[in-house]
Ligand binder design. Structure first.
Ligand code: UT7
Length: 335
């Protein structure tokens, strides 16, 4: 045959291992009470958050990402030199460029890997996982490191009580490889609606509105969010994407071992789980300790769920995310 190379068959993909890391410093609700007009009682009842880990001035996104990645690599028994690609999901990169993925590559010594970042807000981990999955399914890569990392506290307005109580810093990493049995990603769906972009945004600092003294005076270099609109859309959208993901895999909610939603607000998680008919014991929640860690929240939760024995081999686990963009996604795993 003189035609071009034959494409390898589409391959199923598996998450081989997960690792996560949070910076050591903890900021409690009592600490925030001293900064803005709020109370532990308001924060706990409206969000479910009691404390969050924050990166100090010496720590950037790549530092958290590298720590999570090292754990994931070790657990998978994979050396950095085996990585074909590194995909980092973040909206708080170390700097605009080079990409945080390239910085992670250098720190790990993953010399064979090509590297790039993905921006999808709190949905970033599933967006990056879908990219990694596609690279493997198409035969372009064998082993991909996917990281969801965020240091949102560095772009938080610590004078705005509407947002500053919500966020925390952290990283989660996953090693993806071709599936060698039933353990695999059964379905992964993504969606976006850019018409709602202004509901969660960082107005200044890009090419539309470069940083100026005026922008800083107006605090436009910090996160702005219309929380209750995001809340309403979040519950509806997460229910929809959860159902669509299960349907794609031919699975019903009663077959799930665990539901892990983006950890933004306890009331959002409870409302979504209720709509899906899931009992409390099948709903994982760790945002009390971490707050909303954006792209890190789902892998951080999955790592804890595994450590606590809440996910066992062969279990069906549904991951659902929602965030800035707006973006969303659902992923059904046979662990
Ligand atoms: O990760 C990306 C996705 N993000 C999310 O999913 C976040 C979604 N949204 C939320 O989690 C919630 O909307 C919030 C926790 C942000 C807010 O809860 P809410 O029940 O939607 O409250 P609200 O925004 O409707 O505000 C209710 C009141 C307001 O006072 P008035 O205007 O009713 O007098 C706020 O000023 O609560 C006030 N408030 C606070 N009070 C004490 C807002 N923040 C605080 C605070 N402490 N920290």
């Amino acid at each position: 045959m003189t035609t071009g190379e034959k494409r390898p068959p589409v391959r199923e993909v598996r998450i081989v291992s997960i690792g996560s890391y949070v910076p050591p410093k903890v900021l409690t609700n009592a600490d925030i009470e001293k900064m803005v007009d709020t109370s532990d009682e308001w924060i706990v009842t409206r969000t479910g958050i009691s404390e969050r880990h924050v990166a100090d001035e010496t720590i950037a996104a790549s530092d958290l990402g590298v720590a999570a990645a090292r754990l994931a690599l070790e657990r998978a028994g994979v050396s950095p030199g085996e990585l074909d690609a590194i995909v980092v999901a973040t909206v708080t990169p170390d700097m605009d460029f080079p990409s945080t993925a390239c910085i992670v590559q250098a720190a790990l010594g993953a010399t064979r890997a090509f590297c790039f970042d993905v921006s999808a807000g709190c949905s970033g981990f599933l967006y990056a996982t879908q990219v990694g999955r596609s690279l493997i399914a198409s035969g372009i890569a064998e082993t991909v490191l996917v990281i969801g990392v965020e240091v949102l506290t560095k772009i938080t307005d610590w004078t705005d009580r509407n947002t500053c109580v919500l966020f925390g810093d952290g990283a989660g990493a996953a090693i993806l490889r071709p599936a060698d049995g039933e353990h695999r990603i059964l379905a992964l769906r993504l969606g976006a609606d850019g018409t709602h972009g202004s509901l969660i945004e960082l107005p200044a600092g890009g090419s539309r509105e470069p940083i100026t003294h005026e922008a800083i005076d107006q605090r436009r270099h910090f996160i702005r969010m219309k929380g209750n609109e995001v809340f309403r859309l979040g519950v509806r959208t997460m229910e929809e994407v959860a159902r669509a993901t299960m349907e794609e895999a031919g699975v019903t909610s009663d077959q799930l071992a665990l539901f892990i939603s983006h950890q933004a607000n306890m009331r959002i998680i409870e409302a979504t789980a209720k709509r899906l008919g899931l009992p409390d014991e099948k709903v994982f929640c760790n945002l009390r300790k971490y707050g909303n860690t954006s792209a890190a929240s789902v892998p951080l939760a999955l790592d804890e769920a595994l450590a606590e024995g809440r996910v066992k081999e062969g279990d069906l686990v549904l991951l659902v995310v929602f965030g800035a963009g707006l973006t969303w996604g659902g992923c059904l795993l046979r662990w």
